[in-house]
Design a protein around this ligand. Structure first.
Ligand SMILES: NC(=O)c1ccc[n+]([C@@H]2O[C@H](COP(=O)([O-])OP(=O)(O)OC[C@H]3O[C@@H](n4cnc5c(N)ncnc54)[C@H](O)[C@@H]3O)[C@@H](O)[C@H]2O)c1
Length: 338
């Protein structure tokens, strides 16, 4: 069975989507869409003269099985709902939506189309995270007593000037938390459990004047069993260091990044992430593994990583980061409900 894919939004990450589709034997890229006609046509040509649409409704009316959504955050909810209702399977880039309320609206529609919707959290498919998930579930490390999540990246004013939707609350929905650190927050919740409450603070430091949104954040979340998770994220650093999760456990310490896993400081699993020349190392090669798992779910083929696809649980990191924004405004703890 050959699945026909369409991509909505032909910007930076769309290249990773096209590469992931090209690598799958049972998938083909049949169409793409961008409201920027010049950019969209160039993308369509580079992808092998696939059909091009400037209006996504026209793409949704065409003969496609799967639609991937790679547009600005404020469009994710509307486009996901429209694509599902048009009968397409949907792979949407993170975040699920800009707010938990919008996210719940998407999930209510997705629930009517079982197996046909997933949010792209490709880092879940990194072999190091897969190994961490299995190790934590095995109980070998004993009880988790605390978790540390850090992301220290570099996004300067030029990065924000290059895409008008970034840096604005109305179109990006936040800054470092909703765009960059959301992968780390997702991994924290996927590996450590769903936070019950959070107290946090955000600020705009080096990017003040260039963006409306936060460029730095710190928070303490409380997980089931009272386990504290401390979170630090900033776009003000000199470079993109590997985002890191550390689990302090009664039987040892586990540290995991996209590229490695360490037990008590000793490397257990390490790899070099293969990255195409126009992609950022931080994105890793997880799109390919994730797209394969989604296709296998649609075609009914066995795939050990199908359970790593984010669906309804994509709401958890969104609820967490939204709680940090709320807490920063109120100065109080925020109770998190899904
Ligand atoms: N998974 C990851 O690691 C990862 C990495 C980068 C970006 N992303 C996500 O991918 C999405 C896109 O990010 P990007 O960096 O590629 O942004 P981008 O600005 O480079 O690309 C977005 C594209 O969407 C197009 N677009 C805007 N409105 C549209 C509309 N109404 N119809 C059709 N096309 C429209 C724009 O013209 C642009 O080409 C965001 O959700 C972002 O968070 C994910």
């Amino acid at each position: 069975m050959m699945l026909r894919f369409g991509i909505i939004g032909c910007g930076a990450i769309a290249h990773a989507h096209a590469a992931a589709i090209a690598a799958l034997p049972d998938a083909t890229l049949a169409a793409c869409c961008d409201c920027d006609v010049v950019k969209g046509r160039a993308f369509a040509k580079a992808a092998g003269a696939v059909a091009f649409y400037s209006d996504y409704h026209e793409l949704l009316a065409s003969n496609l099985d799967v639609v991937t959504i790679a547009t600005p955050h404020f469009l994710h909810a509307t486009m996901s709902i429209a694509a599902l209702q048009a009968g397409k399977a949907v792979l949407c880039e993170k975040p699920l939506a800009m707010t938990p309320a919008e996210g719940r609206a998407v999930l209510a529609v997705a629930a009517k189309f079982p197996g046909k919707y997933a949010v792209i959290f490709q880092n879940r498919f990194a072999p190091s995270l897969v190994a961490a998930k299995r190790l934590l579930a095995s109980g070998r490390l004993g009880k988790v007593t605390g978790i540390k999540a850090t992301l220290t990246w570099h996004r300067d004013a030029a990065y924000y000037q290059a895409a008008a939707w970034k840096g604005q609350w109305a179109t990006e929905g936040g800054g470092v938390l909703i765009n960059q650190a959301i992968h780390t927050l997702d991994a924290l919740c996927f590996l450590g459990g769903h936070p019950r409450r959070v107290r946090g603070q955000v600020m705009t430091a080096l990017l003040a004047g260039a963006v409306e949104v936060e460029d730095a954040a710190m928070a303490t979340a409380v997980l089931p069993g009272g386990v504290p998770a401390v979170i630090f994220a900033t776009n003000d650093y000199a470079r993109d260091d590997p985002a890191t999760l550390t689990f302090a456990c009664s039987g040892g310490e586990l540290t995991v990044t996209n590229a490695g896993l360490w037990l008590d400081g000793v490397v257990q699993e390490a790899r070099t992430i293969a990255v195409a020349k126009d992609q950022k190392a931080a994105w890793g090669d997880g799109h390919q593994r994730l797209f394969a798992a989604f296709v296998h779910r649609l075609t009914g083929e066995a795939d050990p990583l199908v359970g790593y696809l984010a669906g309804a649980d994509a709401l958890v990191p969104l609820t967490l980061l939204n709680g940090i924004y709320q807490s920063s405004r109120s100065g109080a703890w925020v109770t998190l409900t899904e």
